[in-house]
Design a protein around this ligand. Structure first.
Ligand SMILES: *[C@@H]1O[C@H](CO)[C@@H](O)[C@H](O)[C@H]1NC(C)=O
Ligand SMILES: *[C@@H]1O[C@H](CO)[C@@H](O)[C@H](O)[C@H]1NC(C)=O
Length: 769
């Protein structure tokens, strides 16, 4: 979203329209208003579809077009108030959107780690738990009149290029990880009370949006040229899972064009795919001013009326901005759009508002109606923010091992670096106002005496003026902890990075301090995107490296808990850490996922890139050791074909069955895996299961097909059942974008343990290939 694309005056008016904090009057159907409360659309006992149709039938065209935008107008004659649709809750209730404000009884909200950190936990239960807490706080604030009920989160775009400034907001580079995150976080936000929504989430930005501003190309002008194959097996996967597994109430289309068509005007993407194939039960919203952008900036249509008509006919239901309120009525008058097209859009938005209970009268009498200030920043909510940070921290290096530190031997710690006393930097972007902060300095201070030196005045680290004092501190301490990395001045919305090294003179500071340090030197990195820290990986004086992402309001406490071994780290990298050379000749605008040795193109993400890495996707150490054994797994799995295909030859092509031709229901490969903790410390293991499909040019060389998280006490063993859905996860996509199940041996691997499973087509004999 780009707040910048709305004019300042308009934004000011939106802010003014937000209530001040007292419990709110009903949005519509106020029982005290006898003329409107008895209208059929207010009758809670009637089916929502009838209520929606009744309401639409009462609206004039002029009233309707004013409901097509995020600042939806009131309809006073029907007792309906105005509503601001734009609120955000990426990792806590945020005030980035004008629908939510902090202050009064709600000075802040629990600020969880940035999503890239939470993703590193690979714990779906945690993602859902965070969603539940965020929606409790959101409902409490709504009840107090300071927040909306429609949240344009999560961001589930694939973290395709390591330079992307918004990679931090995403669950990483793997489609299955991102899709699973989407489904669980959305379930947590929306609740599971049948049709009723606790809050409405939105998966964004659909689709192939992962470039903000690189080398003179920005997202408002970018035409992403994407193959059908990459769309189907990479870019669309998280959105499909968000809709089908998460039942999300909204999808947001993006600013960029895909293959020459703005996504918000693309009927094939919106109406045919999201609504038609995936069966979205919810509304499609534009990114903020996307429709204006494709008319004014991309010059996609000749007139604004045509732009409005194209968007609505493509399947857009709500415009974040003003464009549709300004031009839809004229589009109807010019015959470019029918009133029924507008009605269809309103069916989707009004249905969501009704599922939220906004037309059910008194909010306090409804489910979630009792949530209030005491439910925001409560001790248990803040404890979950701490727990999430602990689960997301990744131990990248531990030479010796030198971690965990010991209370007895490491009593005085030099805490150095521009992020050593970070507070706001720890919550990343799309954040709100946190309940409070524990900085790394404060967290470490709970375990030891600290000597603090920032070393560089900020993360840009433009000079070495403060190096001397930092080096001196390291000489005097029992151990040195350098808290380095990035913040929003380096990577952010509309700010892609130029390279992957630590900014400015940071690397020099780390090396000089490590050389002078009396005790072990530990490097702690805060960043959303990966950093080329080869120098530190290879420097024997740097004993250990931790990546904390942006760890949220309690990040410093979690970092200290990991450093001192109160928490045994179990996080794994959700994205590849590439060396700088990887990006030096790689255009961020090249969307191809697959490598092309002929064109000297390296490919993207661990699924397609095979070159050198600093740390691979899935890397993460523990203070103990885990050993896997596969104790139960089939050697052969037969894929049944659907009845009509038996005698034809359409199903097997290149020895891969079309998923559409297989009977997929419940078809899965079941594994039993024993995880033994062979070390001396209890630990939580993150088990990643990859598959290598039979060789063929369509397939990634490796893809994540399942993951599980298990706590194993020292010396004991746990059995972990894994189920891999064959059609969803063992399929690959051909060059036409058709998903197929390769027949033959698929190698499943967990660390260095491999298991071959042969997929065979039920009636292969009958079918000629
Ligand atoms: C069988 O497949 C071949 C090769 O794909 C094709 O040329 C032929 O028309 C197909 N036959 C039928 C009956 O569909
Ligand atoms: C996953 O997260 C939840 C919520 O914090 C936690 O209760 C559970 O123990 C975690 N799972 C594992 C195996 O650590």
């Amino acid at each position: 979203m780009a707040i910048a694309s709305l004019s300042p005056t308009v934004l000011f008016l939106l802010l003014l329209s937000v209530a001040s904090g007292d419990a709110i009057a009903p949005f519509a159907c106020d029982p005290k208003d006898s003329t409107t409360a008895t209208l059929p659309f207010c009758k809670v006992s009637r089916p929502i579809s009838d209520r929606v149709n009744d309401l639409i039938g009462r609206l004039t065209l002029q009233e309707k077009v004013k409901l097509l935008i995020s600042g939806a107008a009131a309809v006073p004659r029907l007792g309906i108030k105005g509503y601001e649709w734009w609120s955000e809750a990426l990792h806590g209730v945020s005030d980035v959107g004008p629908g939510t404000r902090f202050g009064g009884a709600f000075p802040g909200a629990t600020s969880f780690p940035q999503v890239i950190t939470t993703a590193a936990s690979f714990n779906a239960t945690l993602w859902e738990a965070i969603g539940r807490v965020v929606s409790d706080e959101a409902r409490a604030m709504y009840n107090g009149g300071t927040a909306g009920l429609t949240y344009w989160s999560p961001n589930v775009n694939i973290f395709r290029d390591p330079r992307w400034g918004r990679g931090q907001e995403t669950p990483g580079e793997d489609p299955v990880l991102a899709g699973t995150y989407a489904a669980f976080y959305v379930r947590g936000l929306q609740g599971s009370d049948g049709d009723r929504l606790k809050v409405a989430a939105s998966c964004k930005h659909f689709t192939a949006y992962d470039l903000d501003n690189w080398n003179g190309v920005d997202r408002f002008h970018f035409n992403a040229k994407v193959s059908k194959q990459d769309i189907e097996d990479t870019f669309d996967v998280p959105f499909k899972m968000c809709v089908q597994d998460g039942n999300v109430a909204s999808v947001m289309c993006s600013y960029n064009e895909v293959n020459g068509v703005p996504t918000c005007a693309d009927r094939n993407l919106l109406r045919n795919t999201v609504r038609g194939q995936w069966k979205l039960d919810g509304y499609i919203v534009s990114d903020c001013d996307s429709v204006g952008v494709f008319y004014n900036t991309q010059h996609y249509t000749a007139t604004p009326e045509q732009a409005a008509a194209d968007a609505i006919k493509a399947g857009l239901d709500l415009d974040c901005g003003f464009f549709l309120a300004q031009h839809s009525e004229d589009a109807v008058k010019k015959g470019l759009l029918k009133e029924i097209d507008i009605n269809n859009a309103l069916v989707n938005t009004l249905r969501v508002q009704m599922r939220l209970g906004m037309f059910d009268g008194e909010p306090s009498a409804q489910p979630y109606g009792k949530l209030g200030p005491k439910d925001v920043c409560s001790p248990s909510n803040q404890e979950l923010a701490l727990e999430a940070a602990r689960q997301g921290i990744v131990l990248l290096k531990n030479r010796g091992p030198s971690l965990p530190l010991s209370h007895l031997h490491h009593r005085t710690i030099a805490v150095i670096g521009p992020n050593s006393d970070a507070t706001v930097s720890m919550i990343g972007n799309y954040a709100g106002v946190a309940c409070g902060y524990t900085s790394p300095l404060k967290g470490i201070g709970n375990y030891a005496k600290t000597i603090h030196q920032i070393g560089c005045s900020d993360v840009a680290c433009r000079d070495d003026m403060l190096f001397g004092a930092a080096i001196d501190a390291a000489r005097r301490a029992d151990a040195t902890i350098l808290v380095m990395g990035l913040d929003q001045s380096i990577e952010a919305e509309f700010r892609d990075r130029k390279g992957l090294h630590l900014p400015g003179h940071q690397q020099e500071l780390v090396s000089k301090v490590a050389k002078a340090s009396r005790g072990p030197t530990i490097l702690v990195l805060m960043s959303g995107g990966p950093i080329d820290v080869s120098f530190a990986k290879n420097d024997p004086r740097i004993a250990a490296i931790l990546w904390a992402g942006y760890p949220g309001q309690a990040g410093g406490a979690a970092i200290a808990d990991v450093l001192y071994g109160t928490t045994n780290p179990g996080g794994k990298l959700p994205m590849t850490w590439y060396p700088q050379e990887y990006v030096s000749n790689l255009a961020m605008t090249n969307m191809a996922m697959r490598s092309s040795p002929r064109r000297n193109y390296p490919g993207r993400t661990y699924r397609f890139y095979k070159g050198p890495v600093v740390y691979p996707f899935g890397h993460g150490l523990s203070y103990t050791n885990f050993v896997h054994t596969i104790v139960g797994a089939p050697k052969v799995v037969v894929v049944p074909l659907d009845g009509h295909r038996h005698s034809r030859n359409v199903t097997v092509l290149g020895k891969a069955i079309k998923v559409n031709h297989a009977r997929c229901n419940k078809l899965s490969v079941g594994l039993q895996v024993n995880v033994k903790n062979t070390g001396s410390k209890d630990g939580t293991h993150t088990m990643l299961v990859f598959s290598t499909p039979p060789a063929g040019h369509w397939a990634p060389h490796k893809q994540l097909v399942a993951f599980a998280k298990v706590h194993v006490p020292a010396g004991s063993e746990q059995r972990v059942p894994i189920s891999i859905h064959v059609c969803k996860f063992l399929s690959v996509v051909d060059t036409l974008g058709v998903r197929r199940i390769p027949i033959g041996v698929h190698h499943l691997h967990i660390d260095n343990v491999k298991h071959p499973v042969s997929l065979q087509a039920e009636t292969l004999g009958v079918i000629k290939s």
